[in-house]
Design a protein around this ligand. Structure first.
Ligand SMILES: Cc1cc2nc3c(=O)[nH]c(=O)nc-3n(C[C@H](O)[C@H](O)[C@H](O)COP(=O)(O)OP(=O)(O)OC[C@H]3O[C@@H](n4cnc5c(N)ncnc54)[C@H](O)[C@@H]3O)c2cc1C
Length: 392
């Protein structure tokens, strides 16, 4: 019988892991199933572009995985039972239960309402395609001069505010952030953000905590009411509650706790990667939810699974950060170089060159999904017949 590997989620990390496993393991020995809610690979890092009306290239998973040996299942994962080693899914043909020998959990994350009143009812989000498309439809309805407030001054907030302001110069765009604008960046990085905000006419509400969202405004802790025909909520990401509902060891935020090979510390037949995994990186800090650090977790998990199944040496690679790539509209960008543990150094690239750099990075990430072994030659190894010891 073939060893059954199920990969949940075909985003940046799940798609890479499934493809890499298929190139590492012999087809007669493994059955790899990739479960995803949508039929396309979604470039999440471009959701702000989708929201302002840009049309993204469609990347059907069926084309990406054609001939790869990976079986695709378009279905929503509704539950995982790590003790019975089963996954419940609901697809076009109804509910189904799948059994696995090895599970790779890569369901990513969604927006984080943080329990703030009115957010779930009134705010828009762009953590995934459905939300970005709703925001796109709503922005298209707005008349000149109407106010849009982006809440959250992190990378996603900066990208969203500048993209909307560039695409819709007729709107009145503001960004509310708890700290200072780009306060984690280098001096050069901060100057670049302020320069682009000024050019695009974006109002920055700094040191401002939003405490409630209404249909046409946001309220702040200082008692201010800021008009908002549209509120875009970008205060970080939250993982799906599926893992936390199992007996897996999870962190406070529901991410699955893994070792340096991305293997669950409580269930050795489960691996978690990307946003869904709690990975301790350089400086003993958990990795930030990002493509930049997520994709290496997919390489790591796939290579560790392949090594354990084939009796090879289990590789470990310490993920590290190099830079933060921020788009500031289509014409400007910021490449902020960082330490291995993601702290800004003084070097930063700005302007049109940075915008181009960021575009290349986005294209490269999508290319990597279709080319998951990234220059490493494909060598399909035979799976050992004897069970591999779980602590190896
Ligand atoms: C607007 C925006 C800009 C960003 N920019 C950057 C950036 O510049 N650099 C960077 O490093 N990171 C960026 N990120 C973060 C990055 O997109 C995520 O960290 C990355 O996508 C995580 O990869 P993942 O594979 O864990 O999850 P995802 O890419 O989210 O993939 C998860 C997959 O699982 C599927 N799925 C989810 N739930 C279910 C279910 N119940 N059943 C079946 N399928 C399901 C989804 O459809 C999806 O295909 C950005 C994010 C956003 C939203």
């Amino acid at each position: 019988m073939r060893h059954r590997i199920i990969v949940l989620g075909a985003g940046y990390t799940g798609a890479v892991a499934a493809g890499r496993l298929a190139r590492r393991l012999h087809r007669e020995d493994v059955a790899i199933t990739l479960v995803n809610a949508e039929r396309d690979f979604v470039e999440r890092v471009r959701m702000h572009q989708l929201a302002v009306g840009q049309d993204l290239r469609l990347r059907p998973l069926g084309v990406i995985f054609d001939g790869s040996g990976v079986e695709l299942k378009y279905a929503r994962v509704t539950g995982v039972d790590v003790d019975r080693t089963t996954v419940d899914i609901v697809g076009e043909s109804g509910a189904e239960t799948l059994e696995y020998d090895t599970l790779v959990y890569a369901l990513g994350s969604g927006w984080h309402t943080r329990g703030i009143p009115g957010v779930a009812e009134h705010a828009h989000e762009l953590a995934g395609r459905p939300g970005a498309l709703r925001l796109r439809a709503r922005l298209a309805e707005l008349a000149a001069g109407q106010p849009v407030v982006v809440v959250g001054g992190g990378l996603t907030g900066l990208e969203a505010a500048t993209e909307i302001a560039e695409a819709r110069p007729d709107l009145d765009i503001a960004l509310a952030t708890r700290g200072g604008l780009g306060d984690w960046l280098s001096d050069k990085g901060r100057r670049q953000v302020r320069k682009v905000f000024a050019r695009l006419g974006i109002t920055a509400h700094e040191n401002t905590t939003v405490t409630a969202v209404g249909a046409d405004h946001v309220s702040t802790a200082d008692g201010e009411v800021v008009p908002a025909a549209v509120t875009v909520w970008t205060t970080g990401f939250a993982v799906h509650p599926i893992a936390a509902a199992t007996t897996l060891d999870v962190g406070e935020n529901g991410q699955i706790v893994v070792d340096e090979t991305m293997r669950s510390v409580s269930h050795p037949d489960v691996y978690a990667i990307g946003d869904a995994a709690l990975v301790i990186g350089p400086g003993d800090k958990p990795l930030r939810m990002s493509c930049a650090s997520g994709v290496p977790t997919a390489w790591q998990a796939a290579d560790a699974i392949a090594a354990r199944l084939t009796g090879g040496k289990t590789p470990t690679r310490q993920p590290r950060y190099v830079n933060q790539c921020v788009s500031l509209g289509r014409r400007e960008g910021l490449i902020q170089y960082v330490t291995a543990d993601d702290r800004a150094v003084s070097t930063a690239l700005t302007g049109r060159l940075a915008a181009l750099y960021k575009e290349v990075v986005c294209k490269g990430a999508a290319w990597g999904v279709a080319n998951p072994t990234l220059g490493v030659p494909t060598r399909r190894r035979r799976v050992l017949r004897e069970p591999v010891p779980q602590d190896s």
